[in-house]
Design a protein around this ligand. Structure first.
Ligand code: SF4
Ligand code: SF4
Length: 352
């Protein structure tokens, strides 16, 4: 399918207008977060645990479950809006397997919130992209792990490039491509190839760091470090500018920061429970329907023992809003540190 010149001109103008209004909504949400600490800034919500892929490092999918019924998902979106959540990002499993996903996105936008999703991109087609446009999707992130598929991951540029071209042609929403570098990836230079292709197609690019699976934060090797800084420099206009925490990880050092999970960031699983993050499920494990501003206030001031070695980029980024204020006055020990950095850590990095 190709588009005529008037259609392309119209699409380009429409994209610019949507991008400008999205930017205003984002700046407003940040101002709201700076003005008040009593609401979440971002939530990840899972409408579907099933995935069409099976990356060997991932602990966040199954191959059998049904989608959460849409009326229940809409209630959960209403609950997140009740708490004042500014950004709601749909994750999985693979969200595009849920054929009613657009209703959930539309409900997020109905509440005036910013709607995002994380996908492996395999199921994207022009019609589906058009329907995501109509639903009001604001952001999409696709993680690409390597150039050629291998036994670890098939989230590969070679397989996904056609999907990226479709997005470049049809998507009205912002697209970010995340590449990775670190112990689990065979060819560090792949991250550079992926980032360059992302920018060439008009997307933003970020890079995540993964570790060897022996339980320690390890500095990146020389080649990995070089690639990391090169990709970071390429993507400096993207979200990577908020990834200062990765500097310590590059050198294998723990971070000093205040994790605001359970307060500024919520992870809502397929069972409708609120968890700190994808890797600390069960803490606090409260049903979203019962989650209150009191819970948000308590968790805002609660130190998490897993924070120094944490690599979960979205929580670092969200917590940065409040890095200068409100020291934490109580402490919890989720997962009993130091939790081994095994495959599940890798999964986290890919997904967030
Ligand atoms: S990392 Fe993403 S694509 Fe891979 S199995 Fe997990 S949910 Fe599916
Ligand atoms: S793993 Fe990271 S994001 Fe999750 S609770 Fe611990 S410090 Fe916070």
């Amino acid at each position: 399918m190709t588009e005529s010149s008037p259609n392309l001109a119209h699409r380009s103008a429409s994209r610019r207008i949507k991008a400008a209004t999205r930017r205003i909504r984002e700046l407003t949400s940040i101002a709201y977060a700076l003005a008040s600490t009593s609401h979440p800034y971002m939530a990840h919500i899972i409408p579907m645990r099933r995935c069409n892929l099976s990356c060997t490092y991932c602990n966040e999918f199954d191959d059998f479950s049904n989608p959460v019924p849409t009326p229940e998902m809409l209630r959960r979106i209403d609950d997140l809006a009740r708490l004042g959540t500014s950004v709601i990002t749909i994750s999985g499993g693979e969200p595009l397997l849920n054929l009613e996903l657009e209703q959930i996105i539309a409900r997020i936008r109905h509440h005036g919130r910013i709607a995002g999703m994380i996908t492996n991109g395999y199921l994207l087609m022009p019609d589906r992209i058009a329907s995501l446009n109509r639903a009001g999707l604001d952001h999409m992130q696709i993680s690409i792990d390597n150039v050629q598929p291998d036994e670890v991951s098939k989230k590969s540029l070679k397989v996904l490039d056609k999907k990226l071209q479709m997005l470049a042609q049809y998507a009205d929403f912002h697209v970010n491509i995340n590449s990775v570098v670190g112990g689990g990836i065979k060819h560090p230079q792949d991250a550079l190839t992926i980032a360059r292709r992302a920018l060439e197609l008009g997307f933003t690019s970020t890079i995540g760091i993964i570790h060897d699976g022996d339980g320690q934060l390890k500095p990146l090797g020389e080649e990995e470090r070089r690639i990391y800084y090169e990709v970071k420099a390429l993507g400096k206009r993207g979200y990577s500018r908020f990834n200062h925490f990765q500097e310590a990880i590059v050198h294998g050092k723990p971070n000093e920061w205040r994790c605001r999970a359970g307060a500024r960031y919520l992870y809502v699983c397929e069972n409708g429970l609120v968890h700190y993050c994808s890797q600390q499920r069960g803490w606090p494990g409260t049903p979203l329907s019962q989650y209150s501003r009191q819970d948000v206030k308590r968790e805002f001031l609660t130190e998490k023992s897993c924070a120094p070695n944490c690599t979960i980029s979205c929580v670092h980024q969200v917590s940065y809003i409040d890095h200068w204020r409100a020291p934490q006055t109580s402490k919890v020990f989720p997962g009993l540190p130091p939790e081994p950095v095994q495959d599940k850590e890798l999964a986290h990095i890919q997904l967030s």
